[in-house]
Write a protein that binds this ligand. Structure first.
Ligand code: COA
Length: 424
C-alpha cells in the first residue's frame, strides 16, 4: 500500500507539498484521524504564507519584517484585502476613511459603558462587535462584494473605539478627535501621552503589522468556518475574537507577563521551567504549530523592537528591566533544552514586554493582537465571499455507545414519580 501511495504522490511536483501529503497519509494510517486538523489543508488562500522550516512569513508575497520596517497600518490593510500595496491616493483615501469611520454610535457606547468592569476586555470586545450589527441591517446579504468590503473597513475602524470607551469610561471617547494616522489613534486608546510621541507610535504600528495575518491559525479558521455558513461578518469576526482569547492562541501574550511576574527573579527560572515540565504543563509563549525554527515576528520583536525600547533612554519602570532579563533567561534555557524539539519563543513571548513598556495593562494585550489581526480576518472573510463556498463540516469518528432504546418500565416510573410530585 505504501508503495502505491508513493507512486500516486510521485506525480506532485512541489516537493514541500509532497512531503506534507505524505505526512497526512501516514497520520491517517496511524491514527485514523487528524487531532487539531494538524497538516490538513482546508482552503486555498492567497493572503499569507508560512514556511515553518525557514522561519518565513509573507503577506501577499512580502516578508513580514520588510513590511514592519517600511509600511503603515493602512498599507497592510490595503495589501491584505486588495492584494497589492496602495498608490499614494488609495493610501490617503484609506487613512481618511478609517479615521472617519472610527466613531461609535451612542447607543452602542451606552451599552459598552453599562458592561461590568470585571468583564475581560476580550469578552467585552466580542460583545461590542456584535452590537455594531444593529446599525447594519443589510449585513446578512453577504454575497455583495462591494457592500462587504465597505462593511469590513467600518469594522476595522470600530475596534479601537469599542476598547477605548470601555477602558476610558467615556462615551464620546472616539468622537471629534483628530489623528495623524490610524496607528496613532490605536495607541491613543491605551496611552494618550505616548500617542503624542512618534517613537512609541512607530513601535506600536510595527507590532500591529506583525500581528496582521498568519495563515489558517485557529481564529482565522473560525472566521472561515463561520463565513462558510453565510453568517454575517459580525458573527465571523466575533468567533475569531473569542478564539483569539484562548491561552494557546493570542491569550498567551497576557499570560507570559503573569508568568514572568510569578517567576520574579532570574534565579528562579530554571526551577520554574523544570517544575512545569515535571507537571507536563506548557510554558506560555513557547512553541508553535507551524514554525520549527524561530518565528520571524518573534525574532523581529527580540532583535529590533525590544532593543529599541530598552536602549532608548525613555522612562521605563525598573521592574520591567527585571522581567526582560527573566524572559532572556527563559529563552536561553528553552533553546538549550528543546533544541531538538523545534520549540522556540513565539510572538506572544516577546510582545508583552513591549506593550508593558507603553504602560498598557496585560488584560488588554490580546485586544491589541486583535486590532492588528482584524486586517487579516477581514481579508479572509472577503476572500471567502469570492470563492465557490462549501459549508465547513469535517468528519468525526463516533466512539460513543451503539444505538439503544429506553426501557419500557422507564415511562411507567416517570408517570408514577410525576403523579407523586403533583400530590405532594
Ligand atoms: N511548553 C512545553 N512543552 C511544549 C510547549 C510549551 N509551551 N509547546 C509544545 N510543547 C511540547 C508538547 O508538550 C509536545 O511534546 P510531546 O510531543 O513530548 O508530547 C510537543 O511540544 C508538541 O506540542 P503540541 O501541544 O502537540 O503542539 P501544537 O502544535 O498542538 O500546539 C501551541 C502549538 C502553540 C498551542 C503549543 O506550543 C502551546 O501550547 N504553546 C504555549 C501557548 C502559547 O504560547 N501560545 C501562543 C501561540 S503563538
Amino acid at each position: 500500500m505504501i508503495n502505491r501511495i508513493r507512486e500516486l504522490l510521485s506525480g506532485i511536483e512541489d516537493n514541500e507539498r509532497k512531503k506534507k501529503d505524505e505526512q497526512i497519509i501516514y497520520t491517517l494510517l496511524e491514527k485514523g484521524y487528524f487531532p487539531g486538523l494538524d497538516g490538513i489543508p482546508v482552503i486555498k488562500s492567497a493572503i499569507s504564507h508560512i514556511d515553518g522550516e525557514k522561519g518565513l512569513l509573507t503577506y501577499r508575497g512580502y516578508p513580514v519584517q520588510e513590511l514592519a520596517e517600511n509600511c503603515t497600518y493602512e498599507d497592510i490593510c490595503y495589501l491584505l484585502v486588495h492584494g497589492e500595496l496602495p498608490s499614494y491616493e488609495k493610501w490617503a483615501e484609506l487613512r481618511k476613511k478609517l479615521l472617519q469611520y472610527k466613531e461609535i454610535d451612542k447607543n452602542v457606547g451606552r451599552v459598552i459603558l453599562e458592561m461590568d468592569r470585571k468583564l475581560h476586555p476580550m469578552y467585552m470586545l466580542s460583545a461590542g462587535v456584535l452590537l455594531l450589527q444593529a446599525n447594519d441591517p443589510e449585513c446578512f446579504e453577504v454575497d455583495h462584494y462591494y457592500n462587504s468590503s465597505k462593511r469590513a473597513l467600518r469594522l476595522i475602524a470600530a475596534l479601537p473605539g469599542i476598547i477605548g470607551i470601555f477602558l476610558n469610561r467615556e462615551i464620546d471617547f472616539t468622537n471629534g478627535k483628530e489623528f495623524d494616522s490610524f496607528a496613532q489613534y490605536c495607541l491613543y486608546v491605551f496611552n494618550q501621552e505616548y500617542a503624542l510621541d512618534e517613537f512609541w507610535v512607530d513601535i506600536f504600528e510595527k507590532i500591529l503589522i506583525l500581528h496582521a495575518d498568519h495563515t489558517m491559525n485557529n481564529s482565522t479558521f473560525s472566521v472561515r468556518a463561520v463565513a462558510s455558513s453565510k453568517a454575517s461578518i459580525y458573527a465571523s469576526i466575533v468567533s475569531a475574537i473569542n478564539s483569539l482569547s484562548g491561552p494557546l492562541h493570542g491569550g498567551a501574550n497576557e499570560r507570559v507577563i503573569y508568568m514572568l511576574e510569578e517567576i520574579g527573579s532570574i534565579d528562579n527560572v530554571e526551577n520554574y521551567i523544570n517544575d512545569k515540565l515535571a507537571k507536563k504543563e506548557k510554558i506560555m509563549g513557547i512553541g508553535h504549530r507551524i514554525y520549527k525554527t524561530y518565528d520571524p515576528r518573534s525574532l523581529y520583536l527580540k532583535n529590533e523592537i525590544l532593543p529599541m525600547i530598552f536602549g532608548s533612554g525613555k522612562k521605563i519602570d525598573s521592574s520591567l528591566y527585571e522581567l526582560y532579563k527573566i524572559a532572556e533567561k527563559i529563552e536561553e534555557i528553552v533553546l538549550e533544552k528543546f533544541s531538538g524539539k523545534g520549540l522556540y519563543p513565539n510572538v506572544d513571548f516577546w510582545s508583552g514586554l513591549a506593550l508593558k513598556a507603553m504602560g498598557i495593562e496585560p488584560a488588554y494585550f490580546t485586544t491589541i493582537f486583535a486590532m492588528g489581526r482584524i486586517m487579516g480576518w477581514v481579508a479572509h472573510w472577503v476572500e471567502h465571499m469570492e470563492i465557490k463556498n462549501r459549508i465547513f463540516w469535517p468528519e468525526q469518528l463516533y466512539n460513543g455507545l451503539d444505538t439503544r432504546h429506553l426501557p419500557a418500565e422507564r415511562e411507567e416510573e416517570i408517570t408514577v414519580s410525576r403523579e407523586a410530585a403533583a400530590n405532594d
